[in-house]
Design a protein around this ligand. Structure first.
Ligand SMILES: [Zn+2]
Ligand SMILES: [Zn+2]
Ligand SMILES: [Zn+2]
Length: 485
């Protein structure tokens, strides 16, 4: 048999439900040599040499626990997992690779087993991750591996509606394995898309509360005058000769219509009166109108916002790109740092171009005897903060930083990114003492807003003066050794 040759290369383990014997008996002839582990509580972390897991799904709840345990375990998360059942399964598709139906024909089952082997074979291409990579980064690389090993690198990472998530959607693998809150998972995927590791296809757009960033909004119609919700539609009559507008019921007297204001009879529509389309009435301010206003009440933080203020977040399904595949195979992630927060709002000069401007400015300063300054600014603990404090903190940091830089900088000042976490600022016609003041203001401001959590580091250089580390910075690509502040 051609299959048995391949079978020897892959080690299969079946996690079997203690209450079902049938499945083990049926799968054994299909996968000769499969290891069968039966028990109520199986410690899946033990099976390090297993290449492919199968899970007995006779008891779906028990099976889901086993599958979740595998998808939480760094050693197993990217391994192929097949589900074995007699009946088609409902709703466990997100974490398994192949649902194997024992009632299907043998050829179908063998095809699915081949798919599982393909995934396992792909994994050989990934490097073992070195110790010392920070835990979350390690896991993120494993997610890239997971995507790269499946569907020939065209695996679709699909969002799934989930009311327990703040954004209304989760990515099941990320939720189980990374254990990131959904907002952080979205942010990570956004960043990967910006770095061209992923390509996203938008499947939905979700409206989020601008105050608490959750999706739990009630869209409600209110009076455009006083914002009261006590509005209702009611037939309305406009009497031409006196101009009175009121409820139809107030005009009705027996079989006749009499204007309650001027007492005249109403006979012909279009001649004596008409029925305006403004037939929605506010019980509080008595305004009438045709289109109510819409407001959004957040059921979570209880703030009211106009629809135009909502954050509209695209929800996408993602595919790995060739760039992403390369990163997966190299076992690294692109540097993501503080600078990425500023990219969208500032025109950041390319580091080479910036250095050229800097060289020219330095020459001018020295020839024409005026002072310009160079500032190198970094948030030393950005990576830590991002992990410890999460998305809200980083969003706030970004906003404050951008506002502050916009306040402090003139249009003639140039900005560039050096590394992932460092910006270089060229302040023309600015003595270095003045940059001390700018940095002092910056530091005091951030200390008060972020309660001393930000470790800012800043080096200042006077371009009109020769200094050895400045010369080094001008002439090669390395940054000057920093002095502490
Ligand atoms: Zn009238
Ligand atoms: Zn009103
Ligand atoms: Zn809210």
């Amino acid at each position: 048999m051609t299959d048995s040759r391949v079978d020897k290369e892959f080690r299969f383990t079946l996690l079997a439900n203690p209450h079902s014997k049938l499945i083990s008996e049926e799968i054994e002839p299909v996968i000769p040599g499969i290891e069968i582990v039966q028990g109520e509580n199986i410690d899946a972390s033990r099976f390090l040499s297993t290449d492919i897991f199968l899970v007995d799904c006779v008891d779906p709840e028990w099976a889901l626990e086993q599958i979740k345990a595998l998808r939480k375990d760094e050693n197993h998360v990217i391994k192929p997992v097949g589900a074995l059942s007699q009946e088609p399964l409902n709703g466990q598709g997100d974490l398994i690779d192949e649902p194997l139906l024992l009632s299907a024909d043998r050829a179908q089952i063998l095809r699915q087993i081949e798919n599982l082997k393909k995934i396992s074979a792909e994994m050989v291409q990934f490097p073992v991750l070195p110790e010392g990579i920070e835990a979350n980064k390690r896991k993120e690389i494993l997610v890239l591996h997971y995507l790269a090993a499946r569907a020939g690198g065209r695996y679709a990472l699909r969002p799934k509606p989930d009311i327990s998530s703040s954004t209304g959607y989760i990515y099941p693998l990320l939720a189980h394995f990374l254990e990131y809150p959904s907002a952080q998972a979205h942010e990570m995927l956004d960043n990967w898309e910006k770095a061209k590791l992923l390509q996203g296809d938008v499947v939905d757009r979700i409206n989020l509360c601008p105050h608490c960033h959750r999706y739990n909004l009630n869209f409600r119609e209110v009076c455009p005058q006083c914002e009261s919700g006590r509005i209702q539609e009611e037939s309305t009559i406009h009497h031409f000769s006196c101009g009175y507008i009121g409820f139809e019921r107030d005009f009705t007297q027996g079989m006749k219509w009499i204007c309650p204001k001027c007492g005249k009879d109403l006979r012909h529509i279009g001649v004596d009166y008409d029925k305006p389309v403004d037939n929605i009435w506010c019980s509080d301010c008595h305004a009438n109108f045709s289109e109510p206003a819409v407001q959004c009440f957040c059921l979570h933080c209880q703030q009211v916002s106009p629809p135009s203020d909502l954050i509209v977040r695209p929800v996408a399904q993602y595919y790995l790109t060739n760039v992403g595949l390369r990163y997966a195979r190299n076992g690294v992630l692109p540097e993501f740092g503080f600078i990425d927060l500023l990219k969208d709002d500032f025109n950041l000069y390319d580091a080479k171009v910036f250095r050229e401007f800097l060289r020219v400015e330095t020459m001018r300063c020295r020839r024409y005897k005026y002072q310009s300054s160079l500032m190198l600014l970094q948030v030393e603990n950005f990576g830590e903060l991002w992990i410890q404090q999460g998305l809200d903190f980083v969003t706030k940091l970004r906003k404050e930083f951008i506002d502050l830089l916009k306040r402090e900088l003139r249009t003639t000042d140039l900005l560039s990114a050096l590394g992932g976490n460092e910006i270089a600022l060229l302040l023309t016609h600015t003595p270095v003492q003045q940059t001390d003041l700018i940095f002092d203001r910056l530091r005091r401001y951030f200390d008060s807003v972020f309660e001393h959590r930000l470790r800012l580091q800043c080096d200042r250089y006077d371009l009109s003066e020769q200094a050895s580390d400045l010369e080094r910075f001008l002439t090669n690509d390395s940054r000057p050794a920093s002095e502490s502040n």
